[in-house]
Design a protein around this ligand. Structure first.
Ligand SMILES: N=c1c2ncn([C@@H]3O[C@H](COP(=O)(O)OP(=O)(O)OP(=O)(O)O)[C@@H](O)[C@H]3O)c2ncn1[C@@H]1O[C@H](COP(=O)(O)O)[C@@H](O)[C@H]1O
Length: 108
């Protein structure tokens, strides 16, 4: 399965599970707890990914990175922001050096 197929399938699953029974669906449980809890979980998963990158093996890092992307997709779904919008933004940035982009920002 390609990267975009995997992400599209996960996004569709998350949308489908949002209104499921929170006792049997983690996605529904998160939605029931609201965007604040989802944002908190995303922050925790980001921290766990950083810790794994610095102190754990590749298998642990992959697991934490998957948790991070999953929770990011749940958060985007709550705001009805399609993951395709994120991919389109990355496509828009393709070939634009981060150094050059930062230097071109208006100074305050
Ligand atoms: N990809 C995932 C996925 N990745 C991680 N997780 C869950 O994310 C949770 C994160 O673990 P934590 O220990 O950090 O969280 P927690 O135990 O809830 O901790 P607390 O916040 O309660 O303290 C675990 O319950 C994992 O199982 C996921 N849950 C679901 N999916 C996908 O979503 C689909 C729908 O899932 P359900 O909604 O559960 O049917 C699944 O088929 C999968 O494709």
């Amino acid at each position: 399965m390609s990267t975009s197929e995997t992400l599209a399938r996960l996004e569709a699953t998350i949308a489908e599970r949002r209104d499921a029974d929170p006792s049997s669906s983690y996605v529904a449980k998160l939605h029931a707890r609201g965007i604040g809890k989802i944002a908190q979980k995303l922050g925790e998963e980001a921290t766990e990914t950083v810790i794994a990158a610095l102190t754990e093996d590749d298998k642990a890092l992959v697991g934490e990175a998957a948790d991070l992307i999953f929770h990011l997709m749940v958060l985007l779904g709550t705001r009805n922001v399609p993951f395709a919008s994120v991919l389109a933004e990355l496509d828009r940035r393709e070939g634009v050096s981060g150094i050059a982009e930062k230097a071109s920002r208006p100074r305050s």
